[in-house]
Design a protein around this ligand. Sequence first.
Ligand SMILES: [Zn+2]
Length: 251
Amino acid sequence: MTFKLFLDPGHGGSDPGAEGNGLKEKNITLEISKNIHDILVDEYSDVSIKMSRTGDTYPTLNQRTDEANAWGADFFLSIHINSGGGEGYEDYIYIDLSNRSETGQIRDDIHTAVIKVNDLNDRGEKKGDLDVLRDTTMPAVLTENGFIDNANDAAKMKDPSWITEVARGHVNGLEKAFGLKRKSTAGTFLIRVKADSLWYYNKPDWNAKAGVVHKDEVFTVVDTLTVSGSKMYKLKSGNYITANPDYVEKV
Ligand SMILES: [Zn+2]
């Protein structure tokens, strides 16, 4: 059965959300959400995603919840950045819900998965009377991914690989909560290096350079990932390499 995710990048357009350290919340929530979208579409089967916005526009909170309700989403995920003098990550379910409710258990899976990879202080699992949590007819969770007015948190927000890690954390939580299935990797294939020399990486992170491979070397690809907006192959060895056809070709 297809899992229908309504993904809501907070704020947008005329509403910048929180601001600080040269950053605007609306831009970061959109980047994280686009990464969540791409990872799910590229790596998982039977997932259908609607986004409340894909650019710098401002749908009202009512428009967002109405659209999710009319579509019959299975889950509503709202992505935000915090401000106001704290530091770290927290997430919200509707104030009247128990932690043992269906929504509470989904939130627990997301919280655990996100905090594992986001390198932020854990401010805990919270509840609030927030519009998008109250007015949705399906389970809904809102995540606050660091404080834009905190220098440490804001520095992370400026790093594209942090954005991807945060997105991957959300995806890992969704996978656990909803039993999402990764696309079959039965279709492994071989690639040959075209460039004279090329970095490989020991993590799905463009900063995790681990060494160099050379022209005409051949490797087995077991998975394709989107990392900071660009495709990366996972190799049978456990290392990673660019999937850019300018540098590698399928054989
Ligand atoms: Zn916000």
